[in-house]
Design a protein around this ligand. Structure first.
Ligand SMILES: NC(=O)c1ccc[n+]([C@@H]2O[C@H](COP(=O)([O-])OP(=O)(O)OC[C@H]3O[C@@H](n4cnc5c(N)ncnc54)[C@H](O)[C@@H]3O)[C@@H](O)[C@H]2O)c1
Ligand SMILES: [Fe+2]
Length: 384
C-alpha cells in the first residue's frame, strides 16, 4: 500500500500524532504522560483482530503489560462501564488507552472518568456546568487510538453512554475527557467492514453539516466544518471503492477529527433523531444519521438555503441547495445506506415515543428550525 500521507504532529485541540504506522509510537506516548500500567479498552469484535494484538505487542515490548478490556457493546451502556471499572481496579491500572471506534473510545473514556468518583455518571450529563460535580483530580489520563473515521471522539471532550434502563443516549461531558494524546493512524482503519466505513464516514459528514448549519456564533467551527465536508465528499467514495487507499483513508481520518472540533458549535435534528433510534434499536449511529440526512436537510431548507448555496459553491457542486441535496442522495445510494428508517427496522408504533425522545435530546436545541412535537413527528414520518 503505497501512499503520500505525511507524518504530522498537531497540537489542537490536543496532541495529535498523525501518520501511517504511528501506532508503533504508542508506548513512548504512554511513557511521556506517565502511564505505567495502561488498560487498553476496545470492543468485542476488535479484540480478536491482528491490529489489536499488534498494539498490545507494542505496549508489552515496552514493559507496559498487555491488559485489555473488551466487553464493550455498540452503543455502550453503564453495564459495560461497571465491568470496565472492575477490570481497571482489579488490574491496578493508572490510565486508559482507548482503541477502536466511537463505542470503544467513549467507553474507555467513561472508565477513566468514573473509576474513582463517588457520584453517578448521569450526574455528569452535558448540561450547564454539571461537569464541575466531578473531582477532576481523580480522572485518569486517556490516550486515544481511533480505528474508525467518523465519530471524532478522539478529539472530543465527551462520551456517549446509553442508559439501558431508560434507553436514552446521554452525552457525558468533562474537559478532562479530551485525550492527552491521540494517535491518528489511517492504516488502522483499512480493515473496517464496508458498511462501517460508509456509516462512520457519513457520521463525519453529519457532524460537519450540522455544525455548519447550526445558528450559533462560532466562525472557527464554521470554516473547519466546510473543509471537512469537502474531504468527505471527495474521499468517502474512494475508500468505499478501495479500502486500502491510505491517502483517502488519511483524509477521512482528518475529516472525522474536524467534524468533532466543528460540532462544538452545535448539532441538530440529524443527531436528535438518530440518538433515540440508536438507543432503542441498536442501529449503527453514523448509518442512522445518513438515513435521515437528506430529509432533515429538506426540513431545514427554509433557514439554511443561503448557507448551503455558499457551501455548494465552495464544494464545486452546481445548483446550490438543490445540487447539494442531490449530492447527499447520490452519496447515500453509492454507499448502500438504507433509504428509510423502516428499512432499518424502525416501527411506526414507536414514532410517538421516538419523537418525545428526540425533543429531549440536547442536539435538538442546535437545529436551525425550531423542533416542535408536531413537526418532529412529521419529520419521523418522512424518514419512514
Ligand atoms: N464521543 C463523541 O463525540 C461521539 C460522536 C459521535 C458518535 N459517538 C458514538 O460512537 C459510537 C459509534 O462509533 P463508531 O461509528 O466508530 O462505531 P463502533 O465503535 O460501534 O464500531 C462499529 C463496528 O466496527 C468495528 N470496527 C471498528 N474499527 C474496526 C477496524 N479498524 N477493523 C475492523 N472492524 C472495526 C467494531 O468492532 C464494531 O463492530 C456510538 O455509540 C455513537 O453514539 C460518539
Ligand atoms: Fe455523530
Amino acid at each position: 500500500m503505497t501512499h503520500a500521507v505525511p507524518n504530522r504532529n498537531w497540537s489542537y485541540p490536543t496532541a495529535i500524532k498523525f501518520g501511517v504506522g504511528r501506532v508503533a509510537e504508542l508506548a513512548e506516548h504512554c511513557h511521556a504522560v506517565g502511564l505505567k500500567r495502561p488498560l487498553l479498552v476496545t470492543d468485542k469484535a476488535l479484540a480478536s483482530l491482528p491490529i489489536t494484538a499488534a498494539t498490545l505487542n507494542v505496549l508489552e515490548a515496552a514493559g507496559l503489560g498487555r491488559a485489555m478490556f473488551s466487553d464493550v457493546d455498540p452503543n455502550p451502556h453503564e453495564g459495560n462501564m461497571a465491568d470496565g471499572i472492575a477490570a481497571y481496579k482489579a488490574g491496578g491500572h493508572d490510565g486508559v488507552v482507548c482503541f477502536g471506534g466511537g463505542s470503544a473510545l467513549d467507553l474507555g473514556k467513561m472508565i477513566a472518568l468514573m473509576a474513582d468518583q463517588t457520584i453517578s455518571v448521569w450526574d455528569l450529563e452535558d448540561i450547564d456546568d454539571w461537569y464541575t460535580r466531578a473531582d477532576a483530580s481523580l480522572i485518569a489520563p486517556i490516550i486515544a487510538v481511533p480505528t474508525t473515521a467518523g465519530t471524532g471522539s478522539e478529539v472530543g471532550r465527551a462520551g456517549v453512554l446509553t442508559n439501558s434502563v431508560t434507553h436514552k443516549k446521554k452525552i457525558i461531558f468533562h474537559p478532562k475527557l479530551l485525550p492527552v494524546v491521540t494517535i491518528c493512524d489511517p492504516a488502522l482503519t483499512v480493515g473496517m467492514p464496508k458498511f462501517i466505513t460508509a456509516g462512520t464516514g457519513m457520521d463525519a459528514l453529519a457532524h460537519c453539516l450540522e455544525a455548519y448549519c447550526s445558528p450559533f456564533y462560532h466562525p472557527m467551527s464554521q470554516g473547519i466544518a466546510l473543509e471537512g465536508m469537502r474531504l468527505v465528499f471527495e474521499n468517502l467514495p474512494l475508500v468505499y471503492a478501495d479500502p486500502t487507499d491510505l491517502d483517502a483513508r488519511a483524509q477521512m481520518m482528518s475529516a472525522a477529527a474536524m467534524g468533532a472540533v466543528a460540532f462544538q458549535k452545535g448539532l441538530g435534528a440529524i443527531h436528535s433523531l438518530s440518538h433515540p433510534v440508536g438507543a432503542v434499536y441498536g442501529t449503527h449511529h453514523g448509518t442512522t444519521n445518513a438515513v435521515v440526512m437528506p430529509i432533515v436537510l429538506e426540513f431545514n431548507k427554509v433557514e439554511i438555503e443561503g448557507r448551503i448555496d455558499r457551501a455548494a459553491a465552495y464544494l464545486g457542486i452546481n445548483g446550490g441547495f438543490a445540487g447539494f441535496h442531490d449530492q447527499v442522495m447520490e452519496l447515500r445510494a453509492l454507499l448502500n445506506i438504507p433509504a428509510s428508517l423502516s428499512a432499518m427496522g424502525v416501527q411506526f408504533a414507536d414514532l410517538d415515543m421516538l419523537t418525545d425522545m428526540a425533543l429531549e435530546d440536547p442536539s435538538c436545541g442546535g437545529n436551525p428550525v425550531l423542533m416542535t412535537r408536531s413537526n418532529t413527528r412529521a419529520l419521523f414520518d418522512a424518514c419512514m
